[in-house]
Design a protein around this ligand. Structure first.
Ligand code: WT7
Length: 649
C-alpha cells in the first residue's frame, strides 16, 4: 500500500494553476536557467526599485555567499497589505477562531489589518524601535501575533518570534542571543481551556536578561503585575498612535526575521531570513502548492494553516505568503482536541474551509479517537489537504485521505525546514500523482540530490543523505551573529552542497521519500529538538553527572525523547528523581521537551576516546536489541549489559 499511486483527479488536472506539462516545463526552466525563471516569478512582488541581479550565490568555501534580487527595494507589508486595499480592502484577511468555541471570534479585513499594523508600527517607533533592531515576540495565536510581525517588517525591525510554549529560560536565551531590547507579549495565552502565564514567563525571563520595554496585550484579562517605566499596555499605546505609517524601503537582502531552531550541537541557532527572496519564495510556493487562486465566483478560497506562528510554518504560511497572495485565512488559538476531537472539522464547516494544512502528529492523535468525530461533520467545503513537519506514515495518510478528505482531496505532503523558508519537495495538486508517505517531487528551483558518505552524487533509485546543490531564493542567509557556524553546519559536511540533515530515498519514478533526521536532531510532534539541548538541561540538574538523549518511536508524537541519565555517585536514581528530572527539563526548555523515558544508567557506552556510541543507545530505545552491531570498540562493553537489563518498558 505504501507505493499505491493516487492519480491527479481530473478536475484538478483541468483547473489547477500547474498541470503535469506546466510542472515539467517550469521545473526544467527553473534549473536550467534560474535567472530567466526567477526574473519572471519575481513579478509577483511589487518592487519599489527593480533588482539588477537575480541570483549571485556560491556554496563553495572560497567565495561562499548567497544573494538574491540584488539592488531590488521593497517592503513586504506593502505587498501583504497596501497593494490589496484598492481591490480587496473589504475582503476578510483573517478569521480568528478562539480557543473556546463559545467565545466570540473576530474577522479582520485587509483594510482593518493595514490600519492595525500601521498603528502598532507607530507604537514600536514610539518605543525607540528602529530599522535593524531586534524585537522579541512571545504571543499566543491571536491576530496581534501577525500584526506584531508585520509591524516590525513595516519599519524594518527584525522580529524574533519565540513559541509561547517555551520556558522563561529558553525565552531569556533567545532575547540575549539577538540582543533585543523589547518584548511583545500578552497577559496569558489560552489552549484547551488552560491559561498559559505568558507575562509571568516574561517577567521570569527578564530576571536573567534586562530589556527596556515590554508591551503587554490584554487577552484573557488576567490581572498581571506591570513594571512601572518598563511595561506598557498594548491597546492603550495603540489608541494613541496614528494609523498611517510609511513602509520602510528595504533592500532585498535586508534581514526580515530571526527564528531560533534546534541543531545537533549546542544552543538553538538564530536562523536569519532576508526580505526579497523570502517574499518571492513563500508567495510562489503558497500559490502553487495550495493552488491558491480565485474560485469561479471570484471569491478567494478560505485557507487554513493550523501551525503556530512560533514555528516557521506559521511565519511563511500564516503571517506572510497568504497575505501577499490576498488570501482569506483562519487563525486558530486552540488545540485539536478541545472541547472535543471534532474541533478542527467543526471549524472547517463553520467557515467553509477549502484548503487545510496540518501536522501528522495532530492527525495521528485524532485518528486514534475514531472516525465518528470526523464523520459527524460535513467537510463538504474541503478541496485540498496538506501535511507538514515530519514524515506522514501511510496509515495516517490513508486516514487523512479517506476519512477526512473522503477521497476527493489531494494531499500535499510538503517537505521543508526552518532554513529553507518554504516548501522544497512537495506534490502540486494538479500535477503530481500521489504516493502516500512520499513528499514526491522538487519545487521549482530546487535541485535535490542524494549523496553517499563521501559526498558523491548517486543516480537513479538510491538512499542516503539529502543535499540541495544550488541556492533558492528563500534560503536562510546566516546564523544570527555566527556566520561561520552557518557555513560549518550546512556546507562543510558535503562541500559545495547544502546538507539538509535528513536521510532520503529516491524511487524508480524519481519520487523522494524523507526517511528522517540523520544528525542528532529529533522530531517530537513535528517540533524540532536537539538531543544536545535536552542533555545540557539534564546535566544542569545537581544530581546528574551525565546524560545522553536519543529519539524513540512514538505512536502519536512520531518520535519521543529517551534519556539515559548517570547520577552523581552519592545519588540513587528512582521514581522520585525521575519525576523531578522530567519537571526540570520542562522548566529549562518547555513542555515540548518533556522526556518520555528516563533510564538511570551507571555508565554510558563510550569508545576509548570517550565518544558516546549513540547508535547503541538508539537501538535500545527503539527496542531493536537483537542487532546492536559491533560493541568491541567500547571502553567497557559490560555497560551495554546493564543498559539492556534496565531498559525501560
Ligand atoms: C525537519 C525540519 C517544514 C516546516 C516545519 C518543520 C522534518 C518537515 C517533512 C515532511 C518528512 C519532514 C525533516 C526536516 N520534516 N516536513 N513533509 N516529511 N519530514 O521545520 O522544525 O525546521 O524541521 O522536519 O526532518 O529536516 P523544522
Amino acid at each position: 500500500m505504501t507505493d499505491a499511486n493516487f492519480p491527479v483527479p481530473d478536475a484538478w488536472a483541468q483547473n489547477a494553476l500547474i498541470d503535469k506539462l506546466a510542472y515539467s516545463q517550469k521545473y526544467d526552466l527553473s534549473v536550467s536557467d534560474p535567472e530567466a525563471f526567477w526574473q519572471e516569478e519575481a513579478k509577483r512582488i511589487d518592487w519599489i526599485e527593480p533588482f539588477h541581479t537575480v541570483k549571485d550565490t556560491s556554496f563553495n568555501e572560497a567565495d561562499f555567499h548567497i544573494r538574491w534580487f540584488e539592488g531590488g527595494k521593497l517592503n513586504i507589508t506593502a505587498n501583504a497589505l497596501d497593494r490589496h486595499l484598492e481591490t480587496r480592502g473589504d475582503q476578510t484577511a483573517i478569521i480568528w477562531e478562539p480557543d473556546d468555541p463559545a467565545s466570540e471570534g473576530r474577522t479582520i479585513t485587509y483594510r482593518e489589518l493595514h490600519a492595525l499594523v500601521c498603528r502598532f508600527a507607530n507604537v514600536l517607533k514610539a518605543h525607540q524601535v528602529k530599522k535593524g533592531d531586534r524585537v522579541t515576540i512571545y504571543l499566543p495565536m491571536v491576530p496581534e501575533a501577525v500584526i506584531a510581525m508585520l509591524a516590525c517588517a513595516r519599519i524594518g525591525a527584525v522580529h524574533s518570534v519565540v513559541f509561547a510554549g517555551f520556558s522563561p529560560d529558553a525565552l531569556a536565551g533567545r532575547i540575549e542571543d539577538c540582543q533585543s531590547n523589547i518584548v511583545l507579549t500578552a497577559d496569558e495565552g489560552l489552549r484547551g481551556g488552560k491559561p498559559i502565564p505568558l507575562k509571568a514567563n516574561v517577567d521570569a525571563a527578564l530576571e536573567k536578561v534586562a530589556v527596556d520595554h515590554v508591551i503587554v496585550l490584554k487577552h484573557t484579562g488576567a490581572d498581571v503585575p506591570m513594571v512601572e517605566g518598563r511595561d506598557a499596555d498594548w491597546h492603550g499605546a495603540a489608541a494613541e498612535a496614528a494609523d498611517h505609517c510609511d513602509a520602510q524601503v528595504m533592500d532585498a537582502e535586508d534581514p526580515l526575521f530571526i527564528l531560533y531552531t534546534s541543531g545537533s550541537t549546542g544552543k538553538p541557532k538564530g536562523v536569519l531570513h532576508t526580505t526579497g527572496g523570502y517574499a518571492v519564495w513563500t508567495s510562489m510556493t503558497h500559490q502553487y502548492v495550495f493552488d491558491y487562486q480565485p474560485n469561479p465566483d471570484g471569491s478567494m478560497p478560505v485557507y487554513w494553516c493550523a501551525a503556530d506562528v512560533g514555528w516557521v510554518t506559521g511565519h511563511s504560511y500564516v503571517a506572510y505568503a497568504p497575505l501577499i497572495n490576498g488570501a482569506t485565512q483562519i487563525m486558530f488559538e486552540g488545540v485539536p482536541n478541545y472541547p472535543d476531537h471534532s474541533r478542527f472539522w467543526e471549524i472547517i464547516d463553520k467557515h467553509n474551509v477549502e484548503i487545510f494544512y496540518a501536522a501528522p502528529t495532530a492527525l495521528r492523535a485524532l485518528m486514534r479517537e475514531g472516525d465518528d468525530y470526523v464523520t459527524r461533520t460535513s467537510r463538504k467545503s474541503l478541496r485540498l489537504l496538506g501535511s507538514v513537519g515530519e514524515p506522514i506514515n501511510p496509515e495516517a495518510w490513508d486516514w487523512y485521505h479517506r476519512v477526512v478528505g473522503e477521497r476527493r482531496c489531494p494531499i500535499v505532503d510538503t517537505w521543508w525546514q526552518t532554513e529553507t523558508g518554504g516548501a522544497m519537495i512537495t506534490p502540486l495538486p494538479g500535477a503530481t500523482d500521489l504516493k502516500p508517505g512520499s513528499a514526491s517531487k522538487p519545487m521549482f528551483g530546487v535541485k535535490p540530490e542524494i549523496v553517499d558518505n563521501d559526498g558523491t552524487i548517486q543516480f537513479g533509485a538510491t538512499e542516503g543523505p539529502l543535499v540541495i546543490t544550488d541556492s533558492w531564493p528563500g534560503q536562510m542567509r546566516t546564523v544570527y551573529g555566527d556566520h561561520d557556524r552557518f557555513f560549518q553546519t550546512y556546507f562543510s559536511t558535503f562541500p559545495g552542497y547544502y546538507f539538509t540533515g535528513d536521510g532520503c530515498r529516491r524511487d524508480d519514478d524519481g519520487y523522494y521519500w524523507i526517511t528522517g533526521r540523520i544528525d542528532d536532531v529529533i522530531n517530537v510532534s513535528g517540533h524540532r529538538m536537539g538531543t544536545a539541548e535536552v542533555e545540557s538541561a539534564l546535566v544542569a540538574h545537581p544530581s546528574v553527572s551525565e546524560a545522553a538523549v536519543v529519539g524513540m518511536p512514538h505512536d502519536i508524537k512520531g518520535q519521543g525523547i529517551y534519556a539515559y541519565v548517570t547520577t552523581n555517585a552519592d545519588v540513587e536514581g528512582g521514581d522520585e528523581l525521575r519525576a523531578e528530572l522530567v519537571k526540570w527539563v520542562r522548566k529549562e526548555i518547555g513542555p515540548i521537551a518533556t522526556p518520555d523515558v528516563v533510564q538511570f544508567a551507571p555508565g554510558l557506552p563510550k569508545t576509548r576516546s570517550g565518544k558516546i556510541m549513540r547508535r547503541i543507545l538508539r537501538k535500545i530505545a527503539e527496542n531493536d536489541v537483537g542487532n546492536l552491531g559491533d560493541t568491541s570498540t567500547l571502553a567497557d562493553p559490560s555497560v551495554v549489559d546493564d543498559l539492556l537489563a534496565n531498559r525501560a518498558k
